[in-house]
Design a protein around this ligand. Sequence first.
Ligand code: 5GP
Length: 200
Amino acid sequence: MSNSGAPTGAGPGKLIVISGPSGAGKTSICKGLLAQLPDAAWSVSVTTRPPRSGEVSGESYMFVDREEFERRELAGEFLESAEYVGQRYGTPRLPIEEAMSRGRNIVAEIDVQGTIQVAARMPESIRIFVLPPNMESLRARLEGRSTEAGEQLARRLGQADGEIAVARDSGCYPYFVVNDVLETTIQEVRSIIAKEQQEP
Ligand code: 5GP
């Protein structure tokens, strides 16, 4: 997923954080946003999780080992970092600062723990939590995706309930959207971004 983007000239760029449980459809929403918003760039996260089939390092994620992750973390390269079902994830700070300084929006997929850090460090970011229409649809999407098997699938499903509760309690999401019909959800997220863009 990549989008070189172009300056909007419509005020400062913003960091748009998309969160939600595994299987809620975050990645499809991000892809849709990037396709529809020519000014938006994609934040390539760094992770220790192994690539899924078809994932290329430097596109959806930068895949590194734990030692390299910790080196980058110690060097202060991440805006935020977190551990999710036994793997490390971090958002590189520099590409976000660069995009924003050029007046471009940048879209990032970040879990709740990481978003709490972003809310504290970058309160002007737009933070949106994506909910599945119900837990059955979450299970069906995760199973249908068949990228995770057995224990990983169970861990991700087990994580979902807690994640939604923590997201609500954290107070760091001004926006919750239910992803029932993908195109409708993308339009809803676009309206949120447009509204926030009006704010100083
Ligand atoms: P997945 O392994 O399914 O791609 O992602 C697992 C979880 O990690 C998802 O909730 C995703 O939003 C989150 N995630 C992806 N990139 C980052 C990141 O850079 N930082 C944090 N904190 N979470 C991330």
